[in-house]
Design a protein. Structure first.
Length: 459
């Protein structure tokens, strides 16, 4: 592919797409486990298990959508038709997910099963957007530094969605709620918010109409694609690293409302979370130019390691905060957001380099397949984190909410349960972040040359 710069309109559209998807992903990370245990009355171990089982559906759909988009011929290109369809479906499926028709029943099972079914539908819509969308980074440019720039624009603009999902959506929910986990509030708010999830994706796809395209080449069967993808060593190492990190980060995000309610004893943890997450998102967006600059100076892998070392240190500091020292959480969230920016930029800009690495080895250009498998493990990590967190809460004696004669009851939590909540928000994920660095330290892309500075991307 000719080395061309992608226009700022296309890059901005790429980021606007992520506003819609990030709104959902962040909302899910913060609220799904809290909603299932506190609003639907599902025991935490079953809440985590059901969410994990629902997400295993993506193991099938993500590679298939990736393969399908690789094979597609259309006037809109290979990827954008899927993204447009996903954007149209995303908002309505989220609203259906929180409709909660069985919430007042004595048994939590019907509510949990209903929630699981529409979770699968919602994440299918997300797959239609994220798998073909992620493939477009490699498709738009072969240039090592331009890919970092595209990714920084994608996640920098897309960070607005993080603020919407973690800040604005909870505030809107609270306007229609009697308490932090009122099912009626979630039901009404998510219907109102349908355009907030769907419109950014639709608008962003339209803005990307002039994005550089590749014609569909010979595309092998899914199992042959999988062999080519997993035969690429740089991709395997990136995959293992990111799975550990996204699982641990999801434990942190799933846990924040629990920490605010049970450790810091906040009466309205949803509103407090909106403030803290707003600080986090602003810091993340501000950090994007820095991480892009650092990549050009020292390479993506070194920048990635630095960002994760910083994130490990800052997250571990949360354990040191007493119930009365919540004020220190403000600067901590700002620092978490800053280092999180590197976590956003580097792995997603390294996937296209693995695509090039795999193409040099096999002769196949399989952008959709690489992104399909990467988003599969991302979603499995998003599901695995709550699964582990739910199991640990149950082992520590956490008592979920329940309904008695139609009235929602919130039991007192034990000291071991509160201690487990604190550990899962700090020391446990920090340790896993450090463990993941042992994998990424071995990463290299032998087929990529860094032309801008003379620095080798393998370092």
């Amino acid at each position: 592919m000719e080395q061309v710069r992608v226009s700022k309109v296309v890059k901005t559209g790429y980021g606007i797409v992520e506003i819609g998807t990030n709104s959902l992903i962040v909302f899910a990370s913060f609220y799904f486990l809290f909603y299932m245990t506190e609003a639907l009355g599902v025991p935490p171990v079953y809440a985590g298990l059901l969410f994990f089982l629902a997400k295993t559906f993506d193991v099938i759909t993500d590679p298939l959508i990736g393969n399908w988009s690789d094979r597609t011929h259309s006037r809109m290109g290979r990827r954008r038709p899927f993204m447009l369809a996903g954007g149209i479906l995303l908002g309505p499926t989220v609203a259906l997910m929180f409709f909660a028709p069985f919430v007042n029943m004595d048994s939590w099972v019907p509510s949990a099963l209903y929630f699981m079914v529409f979770t699968m539908a919602t994440y299918l819509a997300l797959t239609l957007i994220s798998v073909p969308g992620g493939a477009m980074t490699a498709e738009m440019s072969d240039d090592y530094n331009e890919r970092t720039s595209i990714t920084a624009w994608r996640w920098g603009v897309g960070s607005i969605g993080m603020f919407i999902g973690g800040g604005a959506v909870p505030i809107i929910v609270s306007l229609f709620s009697e308490n932090a986990v009122d099912p009626d509030g979630f039901r009404v708010a998510t219907i109102i918010l349908i355009p907030l999830f769907s419109l950014p994706v639709i608008i962003g796809v339209l803005m990307m109409r002039n994005a550089p395209k590749k014609l569909a080449e010979h595309v092998p069967a899914v199992w042959e694609q999988a062999r080519a993808v997993f035969g690429t060593r740089s991709f395997r190492l990136l995959l293992g690293t990111y799975f550990l990190q996204v699982s641990s980060l999801t434990v942190v995000t799933s846990n924040l409302l629990f920490v605010l309610k049970y450790h810091f004893q906040r009466e309205n943890p949803v509103s407090d979370n909106a403030v803290f997450f707003g600080i986090f998102v602003i810091s993340t967006m501000a950090s994007m130019p820095f991480w892009t600059w650092l990549s050009g100076r020292i390479g993506k892998k070194r920048g990635y390691i630095i960002s994760m070392l910083g994130l490990s240190l800052v997250v571990s500091c949360v354990f040191l905060l007493s119930a009365g020292s919540i004020a220190f959480l403000y600067p901590i969230m700002a620092l978490v957001g800053w280092f999180f920016g590197g976590y956003q930029v580097y792995p997603w800009s390294m996937i296209p380099d693995s695509v090039t690495d795999g193409q040099a080895r096999t002769g196949l250009s399989l952008e959709g397949a690489f992104n399909g498998w990467f988003t599969t493990q991302q979603k499995m990590g998003i599901a695995f984190g709550p699964l582990v967190f739910g199991a640990l809460l149950s082992l520590a004696g956490y008592q979920q909410a329940y309904y008695q004669d139609g009235v929602q009851i919130f039991p007192e939590q034990t000291e071991p349960a509160i201690l487990m909540i604190r550990l899962c928000s700090s020391l446990l994920p920090a340790g896993v972040f450090l463990l993941s660095l042992l994998i990424i330290a071995r990463h290299e892309n032998s087929a990529i040359s860094h032309r801008a500075t003379g620095d080798q991307p393998s370092t």
